[in-house]
Design a protein around this ligand. Structure first.
Ligand code: SF4
Ligand code: MG
Length: 335
């Protein structure tokens, strides 16, 4: 079976060829039709850059390389720009954190939906308007007839986000990329938005790639998780595996920082320190300045990603089932 999305060894670099800054460092990702995959990481982890690279939206001087990047068997790297843009907004759609940056304040909801439909499907104004209204109903906008003629500033944040989703699904995408879709919303609205995304995903059998800094969002929605840090994948696994027995110290720390049953309140920044910037990556393991288990080896040797595709871990001392570092890890001798 051809996977819906296949990415092998994706590398995104900025800066000069001589001294490049690596924003994404060798990412592998396969998404099957109907999959829900969470990409988790703090700001600066490379998760948004990954989706932009996939969409062909990394501009010069950014450089995108991969051994393979294919959508439904079609090679995205060899595709002409025009053909690739044809995929965007149609087979692959994207929604962002802030609806106000994507909705045009000058046009009504109906106009913006109808423009999208016209671009990809065509039809008479009457048909387009009927389709637009049907989409607003699908995203559970209350009083949809009235909202059709509203301008974005007349809608609440949650409702604007629903309009964004309606625009994104207008052309029946097979993959919906949602980048922090709930971050700008308050907690109760966040849960409703996730429910809506999952409901649409199931009804339409589309794949959902959910990019978030919030592991609790992933816990509620995804089947699989990819944990990213400073441009690298640190761990991959199924949601139950990752949540019951994380093997990477970073994932463990993220989970420990999660207030249970407290959707949306978790912030990965509760782990002391920040993701190293593009310019100051440490020599060994990128997490070593922040890792509770760091040893001399960690500061000297950068660990490789190990294990089968859906259960990888990048650590010299992966955690055991009890959550203790293994592989001959020794507690530090402070004497
Ligand atoms: Fe921590 Fe060392 Fe593992 Fe890096 S390699 S995550 S510093 S234990
Ligand atoms: Mg981002």
């Amino acid at each position: 079976d051809t996977p819906l999305l296949e990415i092998k060894d994706l590398r995104v670099q900025f800066g000069s060829e001589k001294s490049p800054f690596t924003a994404v460092d060798g990412l592998d990702l396969t998404i099957e039709q109907g999959d829900v995959v969470g990409i988790v990481g703090e700001s600066g982890s490379g998760k948004s850059v990954t989706s932009l690279a996939l969409m062909g939206l990394i501009d010069y001087p950014g450089r995108v390389n991969a051994t393979r990047m294919a959508f439904n068997g079609r090679d995205l790297l060899k595709m002409k720009d025009k053909e690739r843009r044809g995929l965007l907004g149609k087979d692959i759609a994207m929604i962002f954190q802030d609806p106000m940056t994507s909705l045009n304040p000058c046009y009504t909801v109906a106009f913006q939906l109808m423009e999208t439909l016209k671009l990809h499907q065509g039809g008479s104004s009457k048909e387009l308007r009927a389709k637009a209204l049907a989409l607003l109903k699908q995203v559970d906008i209350p009083d949809p007839e009235r909202r059709m003629d509203a301008y974005p500033h007349q809608l609440s944040g949650g409702m604007s986000q629903r309009v964004m989703v309606a625009i994104a699904i207008a052309c029946n995408p097979r993959l919906l990329i949602a980048d922090e879709p709930t971050t700008a919303l308050d907690v109760t609205v966040q849960a409703q938005m996730l429910d809506l995304l999952l409901q649409l995903q199931r009804e339409r059998g589309m794949a959902l790639m959910l990019i978030t800094h919030d592991l609790s969002v992933v816990a509620q929605t995804a089947q699989r998780v990819v944990v990213m840090y400073a441009g690298q994948v640190l761990e991959t696994g199924t949601v139950p595996e990752i949540f019951n027995a994380p093997r990477h110290p970073y994932t463990q720390a993220l989970l420990a920082a999660l207030p249970e049953h407290n959707l949306g309140r978790s912030r990965l920044q509760t782990i002391p320190g920040v993701v190293p910037g593009l310019h100051d990556r440490p020599a060994g393991c990128l997490l070593s300045p922040r890792c509770a288990y760091a040893q001399d080896k960690c500061r000297e040797v950068r660990p490789a990603l190990q294990g089968p595709a859906n259960a990888q871990v990048r650590c010299h001392f992966p955690l055991d089932q009890e959550g203790r570092p293994g592989n001959g890890w020794q507690p530090m001798n402070f004497s």
